[in-house]
Write a protein of this length. Structure first.
Ligand code: UGA
Length: 438
């Protein structure tokens, strides 16, 4: 099929390349010429494992092109909207500027029978509004909502082999049928492999996405709340998580206590959900998400407080090695990253921070040039009075405590992700502090 993908960020670039890899003919469109130039040359403009490989292989087939011109969307039968919906400045609501601009820019290039498919995470009610705009354009095109559940770091496999597909279809039966047929064509490979499909209306599809992220955020903040209780009772939150996770109704996934969640999705999505629920007069229904957010932000502060404590009451003029900048491993994304936040806060308190990350130094240094960055853990650890691990990259998890001890000034570490073998680090002579652990 002929597809266009509007917006080539973490979501759109992967979607465009993955759809071409699956056999479709795809044009990826973005207003950022640097991004388009990189993608067209087969280079991923951000770190995403597996993306460079499929960019190269799909481009070689001639099925994948990139452009800065919306006019190049003409001729495609399905048009994916994959632009960002960041948090609005001065508010918790989602900023729909890019989504609205993408749809408005696309409308003049639509033809009878085309399908516009929303993938961006939007407040419930957005799809119906956009569908009305598409209908009013008189092009005869339709709109569907097809939320995306990919995780950064696993975006390629999550797109090619998703764990479920959700179609939010137009209310009118014949239009819904037309939209479904087109989407079934797009996802023929995944459907043939037995991927579960939920066919529903616009509002449900929009809500599936935000409620999934709200649930994940709640699960993380739940275990982090238990960490706070563990901290005043001498309990160990990691053992607690192991024990409750053995109940398969609860499970272990997203039950890792630590410095909390960040990234371009979970934090802004729970805030936008709260803002939208308030607009709908149902603020109380998701008021708990404000607590989820507050618990999450307190964990960053907890790591900073532990650092102050570990350094005898002040971090001023102390050398701190910060291991991790990305919001999670396998990503160079520093949006709302707890790791970067901790590094910046410690710097603000007068510490001499040297941060390192296998991928996120370029992204972090652009936003926070005031921090010192080291290319590898050895350089970051050199002479440190304290080590703070905040992103659980394998490079840090598998670090040899004996090797690390020979580099630092003082063998003291805060494990902000509860990811190291505490016994091994203590045995090597380190003062080890986890979160929610004695
Ligand atoms: C999240 C969702 O997991 C995806 O399903 C969704 O499609 C995506 O948002 C999106 O809306 O686009 P992502 O932002 O890539 O994906 O990151 P996650 O893997 O969900 O991790 C989020 C944060 O939670 C990270 O900072 C991670 O370190 C933290 N986390 C995760 C914990 O602190 N503890 C855990 O147990 C798990």
């Amino acid at each position: 099929m002929k597809l266009s993908v509007i917006g080539c960020g973490y979501l759109g670039a992967v979607h465009a390349a993955a759809m071409a890899e699956l056999g479709h003919e795809v044009v990826g469109i973005d207003i950022d010429p640097a991004k388009i130039e990189a993608l067209a040359a087969g280079r991923a403009p951000f770190f995403e494992p597996g993306l460079p490989e499929i960019l190269v292989s799909a481009s070689a087939t001639g099925r994948l092109r990139f452009s800065t011109s919306m006019a190049d969307a003409a001729g495609a039968e399905v048009h994916f909207i994959a632009v960002g919906t960041p948090q609005k400045k001065g508010s918790h609501a989602a900023d729909l500027t890019y989504v609205n601009a993408a749809v408005a820019g696309l409308i003049p290039h639509l033809a009878e029978g085309d399908l516009v498919v929303g993938k961006s995470t939007v407040p419930v009610g957005t799809a119906a509004e956009l569908a009305a705009k598409v209908a009013a354009s008189g092009t005869g095109a339709l709109l569907a909502w097809n939320p995306e559940f990919l995780r950064e770091g696993f975006a390629v496999s999550d797109t090619i082999t998703p764990d479920r597909l959700v179609y939010g279809l137009p209310p009118e039966a014949a239009q819904a049928e037309r939209a479904k047929t087109l989407l079934d064509g797009v996802y023929a490979t995944a459907l043939a492999a037995g991927t579960p499909l939920v066919v529903t209306d616009y509002a449900t599809a929009e809500l599936v996405k935000v409620s999934a992220n709200a649930f994940l955020a709640t699960k993380i903040s739940f275990i982090n709340a238990m960490a706070e209780i563990a901290e005043v009772t001498g309990a160990d939150v990691t053992q607690l998580a192991t024990a409750i996770g053995l109940d398969d109704r609860i499970g272990w996934k997203f039950l890792k206590a630590g410095v909390g969640f960040g990234g371009g999705c979970l934090p802004k999505d729970i805030r936008a959900f709260t803002a939208r629920a308030e607009e709908l007069g149902r603020g109380e229904s998701v008021a708990f998400l404000k607590e989820v957010d507050a618990i999450n932000l307190r964990r960053r502060q907890r790591v900073v407080d532990l650092a102050v404590e570990a350094l005898g009451g002040s971090v001023y003029d102390k050398k701190i090695a910060v291991l991790g900048l990305a919001f999670k491993p396998h990503s160079d994304d520093i949006r709302d990253s707890p790791a970067l936040d901790v590094a910046v806060q410690l710097h603000g308190l007068g510490a001499i921070v040297t941060a390192t990350d296998p991928q996120a130094i370029p992204t972090a240094s652009r936003v926070h040039p005031q921090l010192a960055y080291a290319a590898d853990p050895a350089a970051a650890l050199m002479g440190a009075d304290l080590v703070v691990l905040v992103t659980e990259w394998d490079e840090f998890r598998h670090m040899d405590p004996v090797w690390a001890k020979a580099l630092v000034g003082t063998a003291s570490i805060i494990d902000g992700r509860n990811t190291l073998d505490a016994a091994a680090w203590r045995a090597a002579g380190w003062t080890y502090k986890g979160l929610g652990r004695p």
